[in-house]
Design a protein around this ligand. Structure first.
Ligand SMILES: *Cc1c(COP(=O)(O)O)cnc(C)c1O
Length: 612
């Protein structure tokens, strides 16, 4: 099963990739650990990790010359000045020092007789690793054993993180002495297929009751086991539930599922799509900062970015996302913190060249945020084309039945928040958590942890457990629904194009459409089910068609099982100026359709009568 070469395989961004089986075998076989650089300061990452590994049943020896010199202890264990003083030969040396210091420590681990050298998040020394591997040791770099243990062995309460493991068995929190046999990832299974993840990710049987469906945890708060447990939770040393504004087990299932479907590291769910946009930017922006956004956006987003965010002193530069020089010029501005675009833009049916925007974002040292609402991860996978963050209005296709508001912020986990000084919320000590630094402590989980522990905690746009439940149920059929949405949309678009009262149809699935090629690259399974057309006769004729429909519903939504029809100029895009409306693809003659799951002949029959 070890299909990834464990020796320095890297991902697209140069990050190290390890096979889960290799990590699992280490965490199972190792019993004793020397933690070099263990701190006696409770808000240092090494203190978090040591405490956690002790709880999981490992014997951990702290190595810290300063504490040892004073004859001190850390977390009840005597501290040692270096490896040579340890009372026994340990299985693993865990390096909590910088990459340069990791060299001599790794050499000392060879000398000592350890089997594994493990370098923490952000620590990497390839020459030292080569020497240790040549001496027969196994080396892991740029990972945290605490995070890997919790991910692979069913730790409860790592909210929103993509463990990649699913299970049809109850998953109890793991202990090192219970971690069992080869190719058995803590009673779990690692699915590869989209449909499997859509049904299973995040949702194992309830550990307390065995309930197979995801329970609606309709509770505000959660008990603490004891005072120490409470303190650990508040310090973010143990991940668990405190209060449902920050996290909730039903919402956590949805968060992990969306992260899995997007191929991301973690997700923070929110009360709506607009709340997701606010939360994503909240981690990045300070007063006076700017971001760049495509002019072709959902009408509500243009108002949120262009007007309401100004009250936070956040400034949006709207650009034509197809004019890459303009995007670059705006992104290179001093205070720019992000680039934002929709993968498939609402309502014009425009398809964004995500890879081109990603190159600009990388040059500018800022993340590319893609709103993937209209495409869904079934049709488009923005992370595979270089996006760093994805936002969703789960209100639309993900919940899919027009019955639950919600939003999601998904983190790819690949953006280096410390590459420049642009993102102090993630790379600098956080005063509201006693000086804890999110990126240093949580690595690729930092953005999602910040979303819950600061974003939801302090802004409060939390998703309700009932809405999470409805959205989880909706996502189970996402692949089937999207297939039918796309097939119906294609049929209706082709029929409209041939109709003599229709002036034009803008659907990227049609031959000759301007975006057909980009659609084949970015949305190979179809160009979605929301598109626009123009009726001959303009504004009046358009309104008449909308009003004459008897099957299609006249309302302001998309992504319902029901087919929907709307005149954007007089509704969703009404707040915009005429110039903004035209730029957003919502001119006076434009009618927007969101094709649902009814029989295609019936949708066509209704439009036929309405056009007549
Ligand atoms: C609906 C929508 C939003 C806003 O989401 P809400 O859940 O309504 O807050 C944002 N972006 C796109 C593309 C949308 O369609």
């Amino acid at each position: 099963m070890a299909e990834i070469d464990p020796k320095r395989a890297t991902d697209a961004n140069g990050g190290l990739v390890y096979d889960d089986d290799v990590i699992r075998d280490i965490l199972r076989d190792v019993k004793t650990i020397a933690m070099v650089g263990a701190s006696d300061n409770w808000n240092r990452p090494s203190y978090f990790a040591m405490k956690y590994l002790q709880q999981k049943g490992y014997k951990v020896y702290p190595v810290n010359p300063k504490v040892a010199g004073a004859g001190g202890e850390i977390l009840g264990e005597k501290a040692y000045a270096d490896l040579s003083e340890l009372p026994e030969t340990v299985d693993m040396v865990d390096v909590f020092r910088n990459s340069a210091a990791a060299g001599p420590i790794s050499d000392a681990a060879i000398e000592h007789g350890a089997k594994v050298v493990w370098m923490q998040l952000g620590v990497r020394n390839d020459e030292a690793a080569d020497r240790a591997e040549a001496a027969g040791l196994t080396v892991i770099m740029d990972r945290c054993p605490k995070i890997e243990f919790s991910r692979l062995f069913g730790e409860l309460g790592w909210h929103g993180f993509n463990s990649r493991v699913v299970s049809s068995k109850r998953r109890m929190p793991g202990r090192s002495d219970k971690v069992s046999k080869q190719s058995d990832v803590g009673d779990g299974f690692i699915p590869k297929g989209f449909e499997t993840m859509a049904v299973h990710s995040g949702a194992s049987p309830d550990p307390a009751t065995g309930a197979r469906g995801t329970p609606i945890y309709q509770t505000t708060a959660y008990v603490f086991d004891d005072a120490d447990h409470a303190a650990s939770l508040f310090n973010l040393q143990t991940f668990g539930n405190i209060y449902s504004r920050l996290s909730n087990p039903t919402v956590a299932v949805l968060e992990e599922r969306i992260a899995a479907l997007e191929g991301g590291r973690g997700t923070t769910c929110t009360s709506s799509g607009h709340a997701a946009q606010m939360l994503a930017l909240f981690a990045l922006m300070s007063p006076g900062d700017r971001f760049v956004a495509s002019r072709r956006l959902y009408g509500g987003s243009i108002t949120q970015f262009g007007r309401t965010f100004q009250k936070f002193d956040w400034h949006c530069d709207f650009v034509d996302a197809e004019d890459l020089d303009a995007v670059r010029a705006a992104a290179m501005q001093d205070k720019c913190k992000a680039i934002f675009a929709e993968s498939l833009a609402n309502p014009g049916g425009v398809i964004t060249d995500i890879a081109a925007l990603s190159r600009i974002a990388k040059d500018a040292g800022v993340p590319l945020i893609i709103d993937n609402t209209m495409a869904t991860p079934y049709l488009c996978r923005p992370f595979e084309h270089g996006a760093d963050l994805i936002v969703h209005s789960t209100t639309k296709f993900l919940s899919g039945h027009g019955n639950a508001m919600g939003g999601a912020v998904v983190d790819s986990g690949t953006f280096d928040w410390s590459q420049n000084d642009k993102f102090p919320s993630l790379s600098q000590p956080e005063p509201a958590y006693h000086g804890l630094t999110f990126y240093e402590t949580f690595g690729d989980l930092a953005f999602t942890t910040y979303g819950h522990a600061v974003g939801l905690r302090d802004l409060g746009p939390t998703m309700a457990p009932m809405n999470a439940y409805l959205t989880i149920t909706g996502i189970e059929t996402l692949a089937l629904r999207m297939e039918r949405h796309v097939a119906n949309a294609q049929t209706v678009a082709e029929w409209l194009e041939a109709h003599d009262k229709v002036a034009w149809v803008s659907y990227a699935g049609l031959e000759g459409n301007k975006y057909k090629q980009l659609a084949e690259r970015y949305l190979p399974k179809g160009a979605g089910s929301v598109f626009t057309f123009g009726v001959k006769g303009g504004y009046e004729a358009g309104m008449a068609v909308v009003e004459r429909c008897r099957l299609l519903s006249h309302l302001a939504n998309i992504g319902d099982t029901r087919s929907l029809i709307l005149h954007p100029a007089s509704t969703t895009h009404r707040q915009l100026t005429e110039e903004q409306r035209t730029a957003a693809g919502a001119g006076d003659d434009v009618i927007r359709l969101s094709i649902g799951l009814e029989t295609a002949e019936d949708i066509i029959a209704d439009l036929e009568r309405a056009l007549g």
